[in-house]
Design a protein around this ligand. Structure first.
Ligand SMILES: [Zn+2]
Length: 200
C-alpha cells in the first residue's frame, strides 16, 4: 500500500510536467500562465491518461548541458537532476574551467540540486546523465540517496554501473536505486566520440 501510493504520487507529478510541457509547446508565446489554466490542462491530461514525461525529454536537457561543456572545450558530458517534474540541478563537465578533478557534470548537478532542495539527501530525485557515471559520481549518488539514475551511453573505460566496476547497487551497500541505461545512447556516444576524434 505505501509503495503503491508513492508510485501514484510520482506519476501525478510526472503528469503535471507532461501537461505543462505540452501547454508550453502549444502556446510558446505564453511564458507564464495562471494557476487555473495550469489546473485545467492537468485535469485534461489526466483524463486522457497520457503517459508520464518520457526519460528522453530529460536526456535532451542533459545533452544540452553536454553541448555547453563542448563549447567551453570540456569533455562533453551533461547532467540534470529532476525532482517533482522540475529540473533542480544542471551540470556540465567543468574540470578544466575550475581546475577541479571532481567537477564532473553529475557532481556539479548534484551540488546545485542539494542547494536548491536545501538538503544533501535527494531521495525524491532522479539524475539524467549522458554517459555511465564513474566511481566518484556513483559514490556521490549513493551519498545523496538518489532515487533513480538514467544514463545514455555505456562507458567501457570508467563506467561504475557495471561496465568496469559495480559501485551502484553493489550487494554490500544498503542504498539501492533504480537504474536505466541506453537512453538516447547513440547521440550521447556520438558527442563524445566526435570530441575525442578532433583532439587526436
Ligand atoms: Zn564522474
Amino acid at each position: 500500500m505505501p509503495r503503491d501510493r508513492r508510485v501514484n504520487e510520482y506519476n501525478d507529478s510526472a503528469f503535471q510536467v507532461h501537461a505543462i510541457y505540452n501547454f508550453a509547446v502549444r502556446y510558446p508565446e505564453r511564458r507564464r500562465f495562471s494557476r487555473s489554466a495550469r489546473n485545467l490542462i492537468i485535469t485534461e491530461i489526466k483524463e486522457r491518461r497520457l503517459t508520464a514525461v518520457p526519460d528522453e525529454h530529460w536526456m535532451e536537457e542533459a545533452l544540452r548541458a553536454a553541448q555547453r561543456a563542448l563549447e567551453s572545450g570540456e569533455v562533453p558530458v551533461g547532467a540534470v537532476v529532476v525532482c517533482d517534474g522540475k529540473i533542480v540541478g544542471r551540470g556540465s563537465n567543468r574540470n578544466l574551467t575550475d581546475c577541479d578533478p571532481t567537477a564532473h557534470a553529475e557532481i556539479v548537478a548534484l551540488r546545485q540540486a542539494g542547494v536548491a532542495r536545501g538538503n544533501h539527501r535527494l531521495e525524491d530525485c532522479e539524475l539524467f546523465v549522458t554517459i555511465e557515471p564513474c566511481a566518484m559520481c556513483a559514490g556521490a549518488m549513493i551519498h545523496a540517496r538518489l532515487k533513480r539514475l538514467v544514463y545514455g551511453a555505456d562507458d567501457p573505460k570508467a563506467g561504475a554501473v557495471g561496465s568496469v566496476l559495480e559501485v551502484l547497487n553493489h550487494p554490500r551497500l544498503n542504498h539501492q536505486m533504480e537504474v536505466r541505461g541506453g537512453v538516447l545512447a547513440g547521440r550521447c556516444a556520438e558527442m563524445l566520440q566526435s570530441f575525442f576524434r578532433t583532439r587526436r
